[in-house]
Write a new protein. Structure first.
Length: 346
C-alpha cells in the first residue's frame, strides 16, 4: 500500500482528498495534517467521517511527513509549500501541490499576480503541470506536480482541441466562468456569508483574477503562440461546480461538424472528459461530486464565432480528484482508481 499524507486536510479540497483516498484500493492515509486543528479528531471537524476516520489531526512538519509517506498532498495557501519544500523532501516522497506555487514557469509573473515572493524558484522548472489529459507522460515521471487550478482546468479542456489546431483566433478569445462558493475556501469571509451570496450573482476579480496567467500560459503552450485573454469569473449561490463559456472567432473554413469532430477525436479515449451529443450545453448538476468534465461547442455562422462550453466539479476534478488522478499516473496505478464516481443528482 502507498502511504499518503495530506497537509491542509481540514479545508474543502483536503477533505475531498480524504473522501477519495478512503475509497482507493492502493492507498492508506497516514497523516491528516491541519495547522488549525492539531490534536483534534478529524471526524470532529467533518462529521461525515464519524466511524470512518478515527485519526487525530497532526501538524504540518513536512520533513517528518516525508519520512512516513510515499506521496504528500499539500492543499495549502499560495506561498506555503514554496517556502518549505526542499530537495531532501523530494528525495523521500512525491509531492502533489494543489496551490499555484509551481504552476507558472515565469517566477516574476507568479510574484506579480500573487503578490508574494517565491521562496523556491529553483524547483519551478522541475514541476510538471498536472493536467492529465495534456501532460500524461510527463506526469508519470514526475516527483513534483503542480495540480492545476479549477478555472484553468475547465477552461483549457473546453478550448484545447480548437486552440491546438489553430482553428480559432486566440486574440479574440473571451472566457466567462462561474463557480460555486466552495471555490473561495473554508475560511470565514464577509463576502461569502449566506446573506451576501444567496439570491445573488456577481463578477469578481474582473481583469485581475489570479488564474488568468495560468490559463494564458497553458493555452499558449497548446496553440504555439502567446495568448492574452479576458477572463471574468462569477460567484454563484451553490456549493460546488464550475461552468465555463468561452467565445472566439473561427479561423478558416470549418463546418460545425468539423469543429465538433476535433473534440470527438481528442477526447475519444479520455475517460474523464465527456463530449456531449449534438449541441447540448454542459450543466454543473450532471458532474457534481465526480471527476468528469463535460464539454461541448456551438458554432454560430452569423458571427463566425464558436462557443466552447465546459462544466465540472471545482473541488473534485478542479482540485482533489485531479490530484488523485495525478497520483495514479505517478505510481503506475489504474488512472481511474478511486475516481469512478457517478455524479450526484439532485
Amino acid at each position: 500500500m502507498v502511504k499518503a499524507g495530506i497537509i491542509g486536510a481540514t479545508g474543502y479540497a483536503g477533505q475531498e482528498l480524504v473522501r477519495l483516498l478512503l475509497g482507493h484500493r492502493e492507498v492508506e492515509i497516514a497523516w491528516y495534517g491541519s495547522r488549525s486543528y492539531v490534536d483534534e479528531k478529524f471526524a470532529s471537524v467533518f462529521g461525515n467521517y464519524v466511524k470512518l476516520v478515527d485519526d487525530i489531526c497532526k501538524g504540518d512538519d513536512l520533513e517528518q511527513l516525508a519520512e512516513e509517506a510515499d506521496v504528500i498532498f499539500t492543499a495549502t495557501p499560495q506561498g506555503y509549500l514554496a517556502g518549505i519544500l526542499t530537495e531532501s523532501v523530494l528525495e523521500k516522497a512525491k509531492v502533489i501541490d494543489l496551490s499555484a506555487d509551481y504552476r507558472i514557469k515565469d517566477v516574476s509573473k507568479y510574484e506579480k499576480w500573487y503578490g508574494i515572493e517565491h521562496k523556491s524558484p529553483g524547483l519551478v522548472a522541475e514541476a510538471v503541470y498536472g493536467l492529465c489529459e495534456i501532460n500524461r507522460e510527463s506526469i508519470k515521471k514526475a516527483r513534483l506536480i503542480a495540480n492545476p487550478g479549477c478555472y484553468p482546468t475547465c477552461s483549457t479542456l473546453s478550448i484545447a482541441p480548437l486552440a491546438k489546431r489553430g482553428w480559432i483566433d486566440m486574440d479574440t478569445l473571451i472566457i466567462d466562468a462561474k463557480s460555486g462558493t466552495s471555490g473561495a475556501g473554508r475560511g470565514a469571509k464577509v463576502q461569502n456569508l449566506f446573506c451576501e451570496v444567496n439570491e445573488n450573482i456577481k463578477a469578481y476579480g474582473v481583469a485581475s483574477h489570479r488564474h488568468t496567467p495560468e490559463i494564458e500560459d497553458q493555452l499558449s503552450y497548446i496553440s504555439g503562440k502567446e495568448v492574452v485573454i479576458n477572463f471574468t469569473p462569477h460567484l454563484i449561490p451553490m456549493n460546488r461546480g464550475i461552468l465555463v463559456t468561452a467565445y472566439a472567432k473561427v479561423v478558416g473554413e470549418h463546418s460545425a461538424d468539423e469543429l465538433k469532430q476535433a473534440y470527438n477525436e481528442d477526447y475519444e479515449d479520455e475517460y474523464f472528459v465527456r463530449v456531449l451529443e449534438g449541441t447540448t450545453p454542459p450543466e454543473t448538476k450532471w458532474v457534481e461530486g465526480s471527476n468528469y468534465v463535460d464539454v461541448n461547442i456551438k458554432y454560430d455562422p452569423r458571427t463566425n464565432r464558436v462557443i466552447m462550453m465546459g462544466a465540472m466539479d471545482n473541488i473534485t476534478k478542479g482540485a482533489a480528484g485531479q490530484a488523485v488522478q495525478n497520483m495514479n499516473l505517478m505510481f503506475g496505478f489504474d488512472e481511474q482508481e478511486g475516481l469512478r464516481l457517478v455524479p450526484m443528482v439532485p
